[in-house]
Design a protein around this ligand. Structure first.
Ligand code: NAG
Ligand code: NAG
Ligand code: NAG
Ligand code: NAG
Ligand code: NAG
Ligand code: NAG
Length: 657
């Protein structure tokens, strides 16, 4: 499947273009004045969400694309937001600028002394999931309001009615980077990574405009606020640029390739987060707190970090590369893929909240400063999530007040019953079922489920190994492009009887990784292999031995204070090994998943490599405080799709030196 994907992408993506060649939609009148009057009147802007109280579903971006009227409005709305004067508080520039650079005040919310050179965003913090929720809502609200106005610009009559009706349903889409895309498609949607223009059928007919999902062009770039090269000369956001040249361009086909190769690792991590993380303190953020635990190394934030680094690119398959905007915290929000990604993060958060409703924000000192928080200041569930106003009198949203996301007028498909978005919420069993179907495909738990179901269906009639093998392949196991090579020696019965499963139990293997966030001068990635590592890093991600990568989302140049705090901080993450090990069992290279077999096998075969964002292989012994432990846990496979695997105690095996 991988080669087909690549060819498709290469054909569509290899189109030379000149930056700045495309513009915004021409409605035939002065849009700026009309929009200013219509939507820019209230200050402070109170964050309420789109649509007064009505709850609508946030859709996956590919699903939204099928909804033609709404898609047209979405593209026109995004484009208008990006072409709004950067000095307006509701411009793309000002809203995305809340996150990091240009370190400017928004809505009159001043920085606390000493924190002027940071953004408002909270990272490695107990507030990571909750701060980003009203941030998304603010963005959704501004876009919603623009879209309502645009819908009125169709000529009076049926058509206008149709667009106005669609506009009311608008909610921002998410991008699911962990689910298997339809066959032949890349994880990276073509609408986002395809071409820098888009043909849109707006109120004045079809026009070719700048694709607002492809990049954001600064109009103008403030090279004083963008402190260093290449940020102070790149006039548009870039993904996986091949160099730091002024005329560098995005390489979205490389980004797509990296996501496709990482799919199995990302979905395993997400599945494990849903199954095995029931404590908000550990689930929420990547700060590693010494002595508290050596079990829960992953987190929603760590998984999110890896996606940032994959989207920004840099290093992953290019010599002399340079990370794009998404790889750097202070610049990441300008790239249009940022909000698609963060909407996915919020969706994971809501689903997780539904599964574990009783665990929540507890007081914890901030590991990093933000614009209004000093390092070490205790943050709790009532800490103001600045600069997001909850009312005109100047109070802010807090984690407690944003806990129920439906108050902002949105929800996600997995959380609603088929009766409609506003009817009763789906039970937890239904959510678990969705998780099994979307993210369980790489897990042995899923293999077990399918086999159990197959056995109950064809009681009596014996299925042959060949039939079973075919079933296994059709059922998507092993599922990722990386896993789909030679399955000649699969023996499903052997897998089910001892090699992987002992009755309903099997063992999950994981690498726990801990490292100083600022161990290098900027973002870097850690790669694990089982077997031979190709000499050329450009070949790593396609190598059959490549198991996974984690990205460390760092900063390089955003102020001394922030940087110093970062240098103190240790973050943790994981790379799951189970899918790769099961494949080794299937290929006969490994006898079982038991420690007596796996431990010596891994000691012989597992290897680590570190790649800087500029594509250089780094001497791992020079990375300060990098600790990689191999751990495992006995897991009970679920008996039905409405359950998730249940994890036992995590055992430590050895440290990878
Ligand atoms: C550019 O950035 C600098 C430094 O942040 C700021 O002082 C200046 O006002 C900005 N210029 C514009 C036109 O926004
Ligand atoms: C994008 O990256 C791929 C993979 O490294 C490479 O083959 C291709 O030449 C690059 N495309 C451009 C336009 O640089
Ligand atoms: C959650 O984890 C934190 C940090 O390890 C711990 O202090 C707290 O007691 C845990 N909460 C529960 C309910 O287990
Ligand atoms: C640009 O990249 C080259 C090659 O990696 C490096 O030597 C140079 O320092 C970089 N320049 C800037 C301004 O980052
Ligand atoms: C939908 O839910 C909202 C918020 O709970 C409520 O105000 C509204 O009346 C509901 N609409 C319908 C049609 O039930
Ligand atoms: C951490 O792992 C070590 C080694 O396996 C173990 O002895 C220790 O009890 C663990 N600590 C905690 C807090 O779980």
């Amino acid at each position: 499947m991988a080669p087909i994907r690549l060819i498709l992408l290469a054909c569509v993506l290899w189109v030379p273009f000149v930056l700045g060649q495309y513009t915004s939609y021409n409605y035939g009148f002065n849009v700026v004045r009309r929009v200013r009057r219509d939507i820019d009147a209230t200050r402070p802007l109170v964050v309420r969400g789109g649509g007064g109280g009505d709850i609508q579903v946030r859709q996956e971006i590919r699903e939204l694309e099928q909804d033609q009227d709404l898609w047209t409005l979405y593209i026109l709305g995004l484009s208008m937001l990006q072409f709004t004067d950067q000095s307006s508080p509701t411009s793309w520039y000002s809203i995305t600028g809340i996150h990091g650079i240009p370190h400017q005040t928004w809505g009159g919310v001043r920085p606390t002394p000493g924190n002027e050179e940071t953004g408002y965003c909270t990272h490695s913090s107990i507030l990571f999931p909750t701060w980003h929720r009203p941030y998304l809502v603010l963005y959704e609200q501004v876009l919603y309001n623009i879209i309502q106005v645009i819908a009125t610009w169709w000529p009076e009559g049926d058509l206008r009615g149709r667009y106005q009706e669609a506009a009311l349903r608008f909610r921002i889409p998410y991008w699911d980077w962990a689910a298997n895309p339809s066959s032949g498609q890349s994880v990276l949607p073509l609408s986002v990574g395809g071409v820098p223009w888009v043909d849109v059928d707006g109120p004045s007919g079809v026009q070719r405009i700048e694709n607002p999902l492809f990049s954001y062009s600064f109009r103008p770039l403030n090279s004083t606020a963008f402190l260093q090269a290449p940020w102070n000369y790149w006039t548009t956001t870039l993904r996986s640029p091949a160099s730091n040249d002024t005329n560098a361009q995005s390489n979205n086909s490389l980004v797509a390739l990296n996501f496709d190769q990482s799919l199995s690792s990302l979905s395993q991590r997400l599945y494990i987060l849903f199954s095995n993380y029931d404590n908000y303190s550990l689930f929420s953020n990547n700060a590693w707190i010494p002595l508290l635990n050596n079990v829960s190394y992953d987190s929603l934030e760590s998984l999110h970090d890896t996606v940032h680094n994959l989207a920004g690119g840099g290093g992953l398959g290019q010599p002399n590369a340079q990370g794009g905007h998404m790889s750097y915290i202070p610049y990441s929000a300008f790239d249009p893929i940022f909000f698609l990604h963060h909407c996915m993060v919020d969706r994971i958060f809501t689903m997780w909240q539904a599964l574990y409703p009783d665990t929540w924000v507890v007081p914890q000192p901030a590991a990093l400063p933000s614009y209004t928080t000093s390092r070490g200041q205790v943050q709790d569930s009532t800490t103001p999530l600045t600069p997001f106003f909850a009312s005109r009198d100047g109070t802010f949203w807090t984690s407690d007040t944003v806990r129920d996301h439906t108050r902002f007028g949105y929800t996600y498909g997995e959380l609603t019953s088929p009766g409609g978005p506003n009817s009763s919420r789906k039970s937890r069993a239904q959510i678990r079922k969705a998780i099994n179907r979307l993210y369980g495909t790489s897990s042995p738990a899923n293999l077990f489920l399918r086999e159990t179901r197959a056995r109950t269906v064809d009681t009596g009639s014996r299925t042959t190994t060949a039939e079973r093998r075919r079933g296994v392949e059709e059922n998507g196991w092993p599922s990722s492009p990386k896993q789909s090579s030679n399955l000649a020696s699969i023996s499903v019965p052997r897998i089910l009887n001892g090699a992987v499963f002992v009755r309903n139990r099997y063992r999950e293997w994981i690498t726990n990784i801990r490292v100083k966030k600022q161990a290098m001068d900027g973002p870097f990635s850690i790669h694990l292999f089982i077997g031979t590592v190709p000499d050329n890093p450009e070949d790593w991600i396609l190598a059959p031995s490549h198991v996974g990568t984690v990205g460390v989302f760092a900063a390089s140049d955003d102020g001394v204070n922030y940087r110093m705090s970062m240098s103190q901080l240790e973050v943790s993450s994981t790379i799951p090994l189970t899918t790769s090990l099961v494949k080794k069992v299937m290929l006969g290279e490994l006898s079982s998943l038991e420690p007596r077999d796996v431990e010596p096998y891994l000691r012989r075969n597992i290897q680590k490599r570190i790649l800087s964002v500029s594509g250089k292989v780094l001497d791992t012994s020079r990375i300060r405080d990098l600790r990689i432990h191999i751990v495992s846990s006995v897991v009970h496979a679920p008996a039905t799709e409405e359950e998730l695997p249940s994890w036992g105690r995590v055992e430590e095996h050895f440290e990878l030196n």
